[in-house]
Write a protein that binds this ligand. Structure first.
Ligand SMILES: [Zn+2]
Length: 97
């Protein structure tokens, strides 16, 4: 349906470019239109810190600032999707340990 078929979202999430803390979201850079998985804290997208990320809807998230490696600066990113599948996969992996 979209160009996402050739992307490995788990690998993007594991990359340092996605950040280290927060909820995995798919986001687009407002500067260069690059699409990349980013981690955001709920507080960065106008939600309480204790929000359950699985319940979030991307349309309810605000833009957030994050480094863009193509723009070589900190830019605004618009969340396009909450990657709840990746959140749930991580949770079940932790439960198995
Ligand atoms: Zn950019």
């Amino acid at each position: 349906m979209s160009a996402e078929t050739d992307r490995d979202l788990s690998a993007e999430l594991a990359s340092p470019r996605s950040g280290h803390r927060g909820i995995p979201v798919d986001a687009i850079c407002t500067g260069c239109q690059t699409v990349h998985v980013k981690r955001v804290r709920p507080s960065e997208v106008a939600h309480p810190a204790d929000t359950d990320p699985v319940t979030l809807d991307a349309t309810a998230l605000t833009s957030f600032k994050h480094v863009c490696h193509r723009c070589r600066t900190c830019t605004w990113w618009n969340p396009t999707a909450v990657l709840s599948g990746l959140i749930e996969a991580k949770r079940s992996a932790e439960e198995d340990q």
